[in-house]
Design a protein around this ligand. Structure first.
Ligand code: SF4
Ligand code: SF4
Length: 335
């Protein structure tokens, strides 16, 4: 869809009404000066983009404002403000390409192995039987979202060069954020894990009705959920009206209260669904998603009743390991 420039904003306040961050500061996406100051308070969830009647891409507006601030003298300060994240992900510290296979590789990303080490290992074993190795790498999205455009380019070039050196022509992503971020910029085929399972005839069908919380990269188009449908023996419904899990855009640094509030919102929305129940053990519908960042974040915010559907399809039924997530990530370096 053709988007329009932010200068076309008519201040109808629709984006503000749908967004906890804009509403807290009583601004619209078109309030450029104030939004520039607050650019790092935005969760980059894309809700404003989705609802704007003039098709102004609010998420991109904020990303551009972040890049503008980096470019106009604030880079050192921004790197300092996010030093832990930048140190780890700018040139991914826990990278491991030892098990790369020619042709096709599994790319679980950095967060899925942190939260789901057993499931990552199980999927790696399943794919290894089909000659597909696993590489541990960060896609670069967290760095790109800080407006660090040069570093983002370097990450993509490094990954492309590794793909070339290893003669890799297809990567299978376990994380919807990696998949969305890569798009077609790597010059190789990017496949979702559920499509690859279907192609190889692996993975279990899961019985039951499910309430899906859609990760932000798939919330509007709902196309990747279609790749999951063949694995569900039951009904699929969607939970609407929760902008983010709280991790998006690294905004939690400044907006921890809003980030925490998303879990309560999710709980309320689940309960409001017909037949909805926030405790899958006592209800008839499980609450699931397909983003490890979301399950981990919601669990940390006190709503642990949301599972990753991949743990069910791969048969591990693993809960997100929020207590040891960092250690799990470190260990991928040595696999
Ligand atoms: S919804 Fe669109 S037009 Fe309305 S205030 Fe927001 S950005 Fe402006
Ligand atoms: S991207 Fe999300 S958090 Fe940021 S302004 Fe838009 S709706 Fe609000």
């Amino acid at each position: 869809m053709q988007t329009r420039p932010v200068s076309d904003c008519v201040h109808c306040h629709i984006c503000r009404r749908e967004c906890a961050f804009l509403s807290k500061y009583e601004i619209d996406i078109g309030d450029t000066e104030k939004l520039r100051e607050l650019a790092f308070h935005c969760f980059l969830c894309g809700k404003c983009t989705e609802v704007c009647p003039l098709h102004i891409d609010g998420r991109q507006v904020v990303l551009d404002l972040r890049a503008e601030r980096v470019d106009s003298g604030e880079k050192a300060q921004i790197i300092k403000d996010y030093k832990g994240l930048v140190r780890e992900k700018k040139d991914y510290v826990y990278r491991n390409w030892k098990h790369a296979s020619e042709g096709c590789v599994f790319f679980p990303g950095c967060n899925f192995p942190s939260m789901y080490p057993k499931t990552t290992a199980a999927i790696s074993r399943m794919l290894a039987e089909h000659g597909i190795g696993t590489v541990y790498e960060c896609c670069g999205k967290p760095i790109a979202e800080l407006g660090l455009v040069e570093e983002e380019k370097q990450i993509i070039e490094r990954i492309k060069s590794r793909l070339y050196d290893n003669k890799i022509t297809e990567i299978v992503t376990g994380c919807p954020n990696c998949r969305a971020f890569f798009g077609d910029r790597l010059g190789v085929k990017v496949t979702g894990i559920f499509s690859k399972f279907t192609e190889l005839g692996i993975g279990s069908r899961v019985d039951g009705d499910f309430l899906f919380y859609l990760p932000c990269p798939d919330r509007v188009e709902k196309k990747w959920i279609e790749e999951i449908r063949p694995f569900i023996n039951g009904r699929i419904d969607f939970i609407e009206g929760v902008e983010c899990c709280g991790l998006g855009g690294s905004a939690i640094k400044y907006e921890s209260d809003i980030a925490e509030s998303f879990a309560d919102k999710l709980k309320d929305r689940c309960a409001a669904q017909p037949g909805g129940n926030c405790n899958p053990d006592s209800g008839n519908r499980s609450i699931v998603t397909y983003c490890a960042s979301c399950t981990g974040r919601f669990k940390r915010s006190g709503f642990g009743e949301i599972d990753h559907i991949l743990t069910k399809v791969s048969g591990t039924n693993e809960a997100p390991d929020t207590a040891k997530s960092y250690i799990n990530r470190v260990l991928t370096r040595f696999k």
